[in-house]
Write a protein that binds this ligand. Structure first.
Ligand code: NAP
Length: 326
């Protein structure tokens, strides 16, 4: 089967090549899937660059999340050959989703929400589960609170805008251009900030009448984190998700103490299977009720998977980029 594989780290468009790959027989707890659609995230660009903790050395076959049809199943797997599911792939072992077939552990298979097309389902798990873990589980966002979402036009950010609204918050989103701000509004943001024109804390002060925000959802880090920390209301929570700016948040302990806010890490992978399935059911219901909906940016054919990753890596995407494989 064909897979996009990088033998050395670098930019996806330079180092990924389509090669023939043999997958092993799935062990008793794993499945092989025929990939239908694959979601593209910044982690795919980061792992091909060699800047992602779960992939320490090449070769790399990126692609974290897919929709696929099970083609071979180990003895302990409840799902059957022929079932179509959402899967988190074994990308960390060189068997990611930008390939005609990939592998997944039985604990990484999830039902597709009723009525969700394959193109959306391949971009559902990572952004929406991360938003759920960050906002609801770790941050305990309450209706009526004010939420600031950094990187609002990205895949993590747009999911957090939608889920923040669904949980009853007032949502402020940041982005770098008028077009991206319009997109954030279309996702439900009540207010938007062009961080290239106005420092985030100054804009937040104006929007909230000096009150500040109760929560920050931060997939960006760097300066955006530092400015957002200055926009915190007392007893707020900053949820650390990622580092799309290239730098993680640099937490200032004294500022954290004086303003009395919490800095909270949130990782979608750090949950029990039971918690994850319960949250998947809640998120699926929110989709079925029309409260959340994966915003597909662009669908690329399999042969253009490196260009799909490049679109995310160069900050051109609004919402979720998808690769159609079969
Ligand atoms: N914790 C978890 O479980 C988890 C799960 C998924 C992803 N992540 C992490 O979250 C991060 C984002 O991933 P993603 O897939 O959402 O990326 P994405 O779709 O590329 O979105 C990132 C957004 O960040 C904005 N941005 C980039 N540089 C910025 C800067 N210097 N200042 C302000 N905004 C900036 C970009 O838009 P602008 O044009 O507006 O700048 C872009 O829309 C990555 O580090 C990823 O590894 C973590």
């Amino acid at each position: 089967m064909r897979a996009w594989k990088a033998e050395q780290f670098g930019e996806a468009v330079n180092v990924l090549a389509q090669v023939d790959v043999e997958l092993p027989e799935p062990d008793k707890d794993s499945v092989e899937l025929q990939v239908v659609t694959a979601g593209v995230g910044l982690p795919d660009a980061l792992m091909v660059r060699g800047n992602y903790p779960a992939v320490q050395k090449p070769p790399v076959v990126p692609g974290q999340e897919i929709v696929g049809v099970i083609t071979r199943a180990g003895a302990n797997v409840a799902e059957k050959v022929g079932d179509k599911v959402i899967a988190m792939t074994q990308f960390a072992f060189g068997m990611g989703g930008f390939a005609e077939r990939c592998m997944a552990h039985k604990g990484s298979l999830y039902p597709i929400p009723k009525g969700m097309p394959d193109e959306q389902a391949a971009g559902f798990f990572v952004p929406y589960h991360t938003a759920y873990v960050g906002l609801a589980q770790r941050g305990e966002l309450k209706a009526g609170e004010t939420l600031l979402v950094l990187g609002g036009a990205g895949s993590s950010g747009s999911a957090a805008i939608q889920l923040g609204k669904a949980l009853g918050a007032t949502v402020i989103a940041t982005a770098s251009s008028a077009g991206k701000l319009d997109f954030c509004k279309s996702q439900g943001a009540d207010h938007t900030i062009n961080y290239r024109e106005t420092p985030i804390h100054k804009a937040v002060k104006e929007i909230t009448g000096g009150a500040g925000v109760n929560m920050v959802y931060d997939p960006v880090g760097g300066d955006a984190y530092a400015q957002s920390a200055k926009a915190m209301a007392q007893h707020g929570r900053i949820i650390l998700i990622g580092y799309s700016s290239g730098e993680w948040a640099n937490v200032d302990p004294l500022h954290t103490v004086l303003r009395s806010y919490s800095v909270v890490g949130a990782f979608a992978g750090a949950r029990t299977r039971e918690e994850t399935l319960q949250q998947h059911a809640k998120l699926s219901k929110l989709f079925e009720d029309g409260k959340i909906n994966v915003p597909v940016d662009k669908i690329f054919p399999f042969d253009h998977a490196p260009q799909a990753i490049d679109r995310v890596a160069t900050n051109k995407a609004v919402g979720k980029v998808i690769v159609k494989v079969s």
